[in-house]
Write a protein that binds this ligand. Structure first.
Ligand code: PLP
Length: 386
């Protein structure tokens, strides 16, 4: 059993979260600031993953290495047992990150000048990847009430009329929604009707709390052309090991992506990522369950404490370890809130507008940390609201 209560010192490891946030927050000195921003965990990856990497390191040759059958099998079995998602080996295309994979898919499957639609607020790279690739970006706001997001399908359909591709975020970062079968079915129906390619970022699929279940949109009837993006990296805290994959059911799309990989000189992922992925999916399930229950504990404590504060609403997410905190009722501007947090509370949370204008009045707090850290965050946040 993993002891998630242990606090691990990450300063000094060049961790972006702990050592790299001065320029992001425009600070000269980050001493004493508790960082709860970028989406990685302060918790140790499971032993099975460390053992797999260590074992591979014992072989002294690190020449070009392809993905082995055991790793493909581990991915296939995980997807089948966790998500009822049946995938053939050739449909799994590995890449070193979901974001690079998404960029590759947009480049390979859409044309310059095409329009890529996103539902906002949403994970910020969704804004700049399409535009950096000379695609037009179209945004369609999600409907929000009390921090809970839903699709406004009338507005969504209107936006789809001029779109060529749509990037779905499921579970949703930053809102923590796990989209329902009804939502996904309607998204598929509307995208089919308007001939819009669905690119579905499901990196948070395995971080879903009791009472909710993740459904890959590619498993919805009629969704054969969806490209799905997944990874072991969020769930097992392996971001810098760099492993992700696309599931591409359509052979013609796979051909286009393969051609794009070849044209841009992209080879296999690294050998340690291959071994880590296999171990995580083969042996990491018990650890994942413990992790989820620990994070849910953090969520419960932090939500209860923040909801006591005047003007603050923290709605427990259905999935992800990210808490989306609504402070609109305080009347504070984002500038004032961020200044208070950084200078007075010594707490680095993410400003909501990072996820789009609809995020104004919200903060994102990363609760993949020890219970002590979560308690400390409550103490610091409470201090500035007094
Ligand atoms: C929705 C979403 N997609 C992708 C990523 C990043 O994926 P990767 O590090 O594999 O590029 C994140 C990280 O926070 C995320 O929240």
């Amino acid at each position: 059993m993993q002891n998630f209560d242990v606090s691990i010192e990450r300063r000094g490891t060049h961790a972006m979260k702990w050592d790299g946030f001065a320029p992001i927050y425009n600070l000269e000195n980050t001493d004493g600031i508790l960082p709860m921003w970028v989406a990685d965990m302060d918790l140790a990856t499971p032993d099975c993953v460390i053992d797999a990497i260590t074992n591979r390191l014992k072989h002294p040759v690190f020449g070009y290495t392809g993905v082995n059958d055991a790793t493909y099998r581990a991915v296939q079995q995980w997807l089948q047992s966790h998500h009822n998602f049946m995938v053939a080996q050739e449909e799994i295309l590995f890449r070193h990150g979901v974001i690079p994979a998404l960029a590759n898919a947009i480049a390979a499957l859409t044309d310059e000048g095409d329009t890529v639609l996103i539902s906002t607020p949403v994970y910020h790279p969704f804004y700049f990847i399409p535009t950096n690739l000379n695609r037009k970006l179209a945004t369609c706001p999600l409907h929000e009430q009390d921090g809970v997001y839903t699709f406004d399908f009338a507005t969504f359909e209107e936006a789809l009329k001029t779109a060529d591709a749509y990037i779905l975020c499921n579970p949703h970062n930053p809102g923590g929604m796990v989209w329902s079968k009804e939502d996904l079915t309607e998204i598929v129906r509307l995208c089919q009707k308007h001939n819009v390619l669905i690119l579905s970022d499901e990196i948070h699929a395995d971080l879903v709390f009791e009472g909710h279940s993740h459904i890959p949109i590619a498993t919805i009837e009629g969704a054969e052309d969806v490209v799905t993006f997944m990874a072991p990296t969020k769930t097992f805290n392996l971001a810098s090991i760099q492993s992700a994959f696309m599931i591409v059911k359509n052979a013609e799309q796979r051909e286009k992506i393969a051609t794009y990989y070849a044209a841009t000189g992209q080879g296999s992922i690294n050998v340690l990522a291959i071994e880590a992925t296999r171990a995580a999916f083969e042996q990491g399930e018990a650890w994942r369950k413990e992790l989820l229950s620990y994070i849910e504990g953090n969520m419960d404590i932090v939500c209860a404490a923040l909801n006591e504060l005047e003007g603050i609403q923290a709605h427990k997410p259905q999935g992800t370890y990210l808490l989306w905190i609504d402070y609109r009722q305080t009347g504070l501007s984002e500038e004032v809130m961020m200044a208070r947090l950084l200078q007075d509370a010594k707490l680095a949370l993410e400003p909501g507008t990072k996820y789009g204008e609809e995020g104004r009045g919200f903060l994102r707090m990363n609760l993949a940390c020890s219970r002590d850290t979560a308690q400390e965050a409550i103490k610091r946040f409470t201090k500035i609201m007094a």
